[in-house]
Each structure stands twice: as structure tokens, then as C-alpha cells.
Design a protein around this ligand. Structure first.
Ligand code: AMP
Length: 300
């Protein structure tokens, strides 16, 4: 192979890939031996700029970054999109290379859940309602796989997106409850120019649906403004649901206003809150959320 060819494939290939617990531990042990800090960025792949922003955050905090790619079967329900979830490992590696990520950990399902696997991590409280009601198997699956990823890699920091806000709170909860020695870092949602939150599942949208999709974020912004003006949540949420449906969404799993730390329902913007929604557009279930802060309340 010529030097040129090697240089080209080197760029396209991306960072080294390990597929076993033993392999990822060996790579990280070498970094530790050199006194280097480590950030983990867990993903299900089909990477976009939202994922890459998490890599950038990891690089800002630690000397080394490892991204994991694992489409976790136990967090999908029987009628959900596990089989057709978008995948492009070669493309993901190229993007990780460009983002300066040091290692890709991409275990198979047999490595993560070998025969006889019989353990689950269950979180109560913050898992109840919202996505936990619409997708009852999801947070148990997420808590179990993220616990395993953290114990397999033992990073200093693990970075997660606020895009999956309830998931971020669930992860913070079990990391604290199980005394897992890792700092959980949340990163803001990365959006398209028209406001749509980047998501691997946006690839399910037709061109017409893609044009309708920003209405979800737009409506959350409208509702946040109303709450900042001192409005009561009930009527604001009812009108927001109407706006999302009028924009072409088929149905909503939820659109609600919750305490930003506990996810307990709030009536008004009296303390830090979060507006959260999940809504169906064609084959895609889109989720999004925005902060509502009492400091932004206008003096009405
Ligand atoms: P996923 O591959 O969808 O499981 O997401 C992997 C990680 O990327 C999670 O921590 C997500 O919250 C985060 N993430 C997904 N979309 C975005 C986005 N648009 N902006 C920031 N983080 C995101």
C-alpha cells in the first residue's frame, strides 16, 4: 500500500476500535499508566453534531476521550425500532476521528449480555411519568447498560446530552445512589438552524415531515415565554398541545412542565423548571425540552 493510500485510509478509518471489555480496559489502563484522565461518551451511533459536541466537552475536561457505540436491545420495547435503528459504524468512526476522539468502544450484544446475564439496575422516582410512562422498559435498560459502561471503563467524567433530559436525571440518580466514582456532565442540546434538536431518529422524517418538525421546539419556546410572563401552566400546556397537533404531529406522548431537578409537576414558573415533550411525526418519535427559569420572569 502506498504512503498516500495509507494516509487516506487512516483519515477515513478513524480511531482504534475495541469490541471487548478486556480490550477497552487494556487501552484505558495504558492511559492511566501515563497519568492521563479519561472521558466516556456513551452513544447508540449514527453520530451527528450533538454527539460530537459531547466529545468536544469530554476533550475540554479530560486528556483522553472514548466514545461507546452500542444499540442497547434491552431499552427497546417489542414494538419499537430496534431492528431499523440507523447504523453507520464506518461513518461514525470518520466523524470521531475528525472530532479528535481517541478510541471507539463498540461491543456486540453478546459481549454486553453474555448467556446467563441476569442483573438489572432499577431506578424509581425520577423514572416515573414522561418517557418512563410512554416507554416502560427504557430507563431500566438505560440504567443497566450505562452502569455496565461506567464500570467497564471507569472514566473520570461521562458526558450526556440535555436533549434526553429525564435520562440525564436518571443517570445522575443511580450514579449517586450506587456510589459510582464518576462525574456526570450534562451538555446543552445542539439544534438545526430552524431549532429542530439533532437526533439520529430525524433520519426517519420525510421531507414534508422535516419541514413540520421544528414546530415542537417553537411551541416549547412559546410556552416558556408564557410561563416567564407568569401564566398558569394548565392553560399554557393545553394550548401548546393544540399548536403541536395543528402543525401536523399525529399525537403527543406528553407535553408537561416539571421541576428541573425532581420532575415533579409545577403549576407556575416559581422555581427552576423544564418544559418537556415527546410527539409523533410519521415514523419518528421526537423528544425535546427547554428550561424555564424564575429569574426570566417578566415583572408583570
Ligand atoms: P443516543 O445516541 O441518541 O443514545 O445519544 C447519545 C448521547 O448523545 C446522549 O447523551 C444524548 O442525550 C446525546 N444527544 C443526542 N442528541 C443530542 C443533541 N441534539 N444535542 C446534544 N446531545 C445529544
Amino acid at each position: 500500500m502506498s504512503g498516500d493510500r495509507q494516509a487516506t485510509t487512516g483519515v477515513l478509518d478513524g480511531p482504534p476500535v475495541v469490541r471487548t471489555v478486556e480490550g477497552v480496559r487494556a487501552a484505558i489502563a495504558a492511559w492511566r499508566h501515563a497519568g492521563e484522565t479519561v472521558a466516556l461518551i456513551p452513544t447508540m451511533g449514527y453520530l451527528h453534531d450533538g454527539h460530537l459536541a459531547l466529545v468536544a466537552r469530554g476533550r475540554a475536561l479530560c486528556r483522553r476521550t472514548v466514545a461507546s457505540l452500542f444499540v442497547n436491545p434491552i431499552q427497546f420495547g417489542p414494538t419499537e425500532d430496534l431492528e431499523c435503528y440507523p447504523r453507520d459504524e464506518a461513518g461514525d468512526r470518520a466523524k470521531l476521528q475528525a472530532a479528535g476522539c481517541d478510541l471507539l468502544y463498540a461491543p456486540g450484544a453478546g459481549e454486553m449480555y453474555p448467556p446467563g446475564f441476569a442483573t438489572a439496575v432499577t431506578v424509581s422516582g425520577v423514572t416515573e411519568g414522561l418517557c418512563g410512562a410512554a416507554r416502560p422498559q427504557m430507563f431500566g435498560g438505560v440504567a443497566t447498560v450505562v452502569t455496565k459502561l461506567l464500570l467497564q471503563t471507569l472514566p473520570d467524567v461521562a458526558v450526556f446530552g440535555e436533549k434526553d433530559y429525564q435520562q440525564l436525571l436518571v443517570i445522575r440518580r443511580f450514579v449517586r445512589d450506587l456510589d459510582i466514582p464518576v462525574r456526570i456532565e450534562g451538555a446543552p442540546t445542539v439544534r438545526e438552524a430552524d431549532g429542530l434538536a439533532l437526533s439520529s431518529r430525524n433520519s426517519y422524517l420525510t421531507a414534508a415531515e422535516r419541514a413540520q418538525a421544528p414546530a415542537l421546539f417553537r411551541t416549547l419556546g412559546w410556552a416558556a415565554d408564557r410561563l416567564h410572563q407568569g401564566a398558569e401552566a394548565g392553560p399554557v400546556l393545553a394550548e401548546a398541545v393544540g399548536r403541536v397537533l395543528a402543525a401536523g404531529f399525529a399525537k403527543l406522548d406528553y407535553l408537561d412542565f416539571r421541576d428541573a431537578g425532581t420532575l415533579v409537576p409545577l403549576d407556575r414558573a416559581c422555581r427552576p423548571g423544564r418544559l418537556l415533550a415527546a410527539a409523533w411525526l410519521g415514523r419518528a418519535r421526537l423528544i425535546d425540552n427547554v428550561p424555564v427559569s424564575p429569574e426570566n420572569r417578566s415583572a408583570a
